[in-house]
Ligand binder design. Structure first.
Ligand code: OOB
Length: 521
């Protein structure tokens, strides 16, 4: 894999290893330890019932052997798109055991995204949830993908366990996470076993979870937040129980929480609002819930303050990114911190800087660009040699694109965003990616995609287009065009506006700030 991703400099790697935060082992080895320790205790539950720790370890080994028998080899990449069920967790650990590297695609991804992931990684497998759309994508994967099937079918395969190669070590790649992105093509984030395992262990400590924790996975499981902050992998790392929710609606989740005695879950702000409304109108609260984690987008202080009285549990704000750094408000934080800040880095080894436009540190209390580096923040994207020098500083800090300030208590407040992205209820849209597609339409001369405020989602996306000469396209046609290109539904602009021309800055770039002001008038 050399040359495909940027390793940590040897001096840092040695420091992380010597301090014991990088243990040098992979997830499969950890699962064997857990199986010995927790045996029959329930690891994962879905509609088909509970799976214990020993059963999870056994099944994932058999599936690893099954995948090997079907031609997958250590180091192969598999694009995995799953629904929230136990099969996904089995398959993930099977991949970890064999050393196959999953790309954490989202259920909403369509032809364009999946096709790009397959091509860019040279993937050997596409494992999908099996709905009509995915079967269509599967049927059209023209290139050489050795194994194309459903996650359920893959998770039912089995082979001779004795023939398996040794499990991957800490320095090997565990998975490829997806970046929210702010460029034309999505970026893949190479996470190693050492770094991802450390991130879930430190998350488990910060969130004070243990083998009595029952976690509801309500968000799409592949996302970094429900997968690792502490999420599925963090909860399993301490012997807790993970309940997989097939969808995030209050109807489904409130029942599941009561049935399984769920103590903790994670939602995006838009979902927190929906749950608050449902709890209020139905006079119902999830009785066993102790902590509601909210992250992925900025949570209003007013909504944060309603969590305790309405849902009867503590709110924990989580501000993180698939590239690494995750900040949490601590469980003993006073309301002023838990409601008004996005917390502080999980690990004492996290290094952050808050800087101005010329990378000079700004004083505390002032807003600036957040830079992050540390034992679980990557040093470069996967196969992105040209983009890496833009996204990372020469000394290895990731440029998060977030604007933050540090409060007197040492917590961070997210004050804005410098990256060209729309945060649509926690789902990230890279504006340039959609703009490029819009400019490909014969009736469109130029386009800019911007965020507009929305009371529920926080932001929605608006495409501001200049029609080609003598053309008069409608918003409906433009949206249909994007759907036909096979773009994930959340990336299709909520609004389409036509203007005679786009405002430009002095250097000729589209002036999105001005555009937003013009549009809000
Ligand atoms: C999480 O990860 P991503 O990679 O989907 O998105 C990261 C970006 C951040 O750079 C920031 O712009 C935004 O999402 N964000 C927040 C936030 N949490 C994430 N903005 C304001 N307030 C928050 N609490 O979204 C993610 C990964 C791990 C844990 C939690 C969220």
């Amino acid at each position: 894999m050399t040359g495909e991703f940027t390793p940590w400099p040897e001096a840092d790697a040695r420091r992380y290893r010597e301090s014991g935060i990088w243990r040098g082992i992979g997830f499969a080895t950890v699962l064997s330890e857990l199986a010995r320790r927790y045996g029959e205790h329930t690891a994962v539950v879905d509609a088909r019932g509970p799976v214990g720790y020993a059963a999870l370890a056994r099944r994932s080994e058999r599936v690893a052997a099954g995948l090997a028998a079907r031609g997958l080899r250590p180091g192969d990449i598999a694009v995995v798109q799953a629904r929230n069920d136990a099969d996904y967790v089995v398959l993930l650990f099977a991949a970890f055991r064999l050393g196959v590297i999953p790309v954490c695609a989202l259920p909403a991804h369509r032809e364009r995204e999946i096709g790009y992931f397959l091509d860019h990684t040279g993937a050997a497998a596409y494992l999908h949830p099996g709905e009509d759309d995915h079967r269509r994508i599967a049927a059209s994967t023209a290139r050489e993908v050795r194994l194309v099937t459903t996650v359920a079918e893959a998770a039912a395969s089995s082979g001779p366990v004795d023939a398996l190669p040794p499990p991957p070590g800490g320095g090997d790649l565990a998975l490829l996470q997806l970046s929210g992105g702010s460029t034309g093509v999505p970026k893949l984030i190479p996470r190693t076993h050492d770094d991802y395992l450390y991130s879930v262990r430190v998350a488990a400590e910060v969130c004070e979870i243990d083998d009595r924790t029952v976690y509801l996975c309500a968000l799409p499981a592949a996302h970094n937040f429900p997968l690792s902050s502490p999420g599925i992998l963090g909860v399993l790392s301490v012997g807790g129980t993970v309940v997989m929710a097939p969808d995030p609606s209050p109807d489904t989740c409130f029942d599941l929480m009561d049935d399984a005695g769920v103590t903790m879950t994670a939602v995006v702000p838009a979902l927190a609002q929906a749950w608050l409304t449902a709890a209020r109108t139905r006079g119902r609260r999830p009785g066993s819930l102790r902590v509601l984690q909210v992250g992925g987008a900025r949570l209003d202080a007013a909504h944060a303050a309603q969590v305790a009285p309405v849902l009867g549990c503590r709110v924990q704000q989580v501000f993180g990114m698939a590239e690494g750094l995750v900040c949490y408000t601590r469980l003993d934080a006073p309301d002023a911190v838990a409601h008004h800040t996005q917390g502080r880095p999980a690990s004492p080894y996290d290094e952050i800087r808050i800087v101005d436009d010329r990378d000079r540190d700004v004083p505390d209390g002032h807003s600036g660009h957040l830079l992050a580096r540390g034992p679980y923040t990557v040093r470069g994207y996967f196969r992105a040699a040209a983009h890496n020098p833009v996204a990372f500083t020469p000394d290895g800090y990731y440029r998060t694109g977030d604007l933050v300030r540090r409060t007197e208590t040492g917590d961070l407040v997210v004050t804005g965003r410098a990256k060209d992205q729309i945060n649509r209820g926690g789902e990230k849209i890279a504006a340039p990616e959609v703009e490029e597609l819009l400019r490909g339409h014969p009736d469109i001369h130029d386009a800019a995609v911007i965020a507009v405020p929305d009371p529920v989602l926080g932001e929605r996306s608006c495409a501001v287009c200049v029609a080609a000469p003598d053309r008069d396209p409608t918003g409906k046609q433009i949206r249909r065009h994007l759907r036909e290109l096979g773009v994930a539904a959340y990336k299709i602009p909520d609004l389409v506006r036509f203007v005679p021309h786009l405002p430009r800055t002095a250097v000729g770039k589209i002036d999105k700030k001005r555009l937003k002001e013009d549009l809000s008038r």
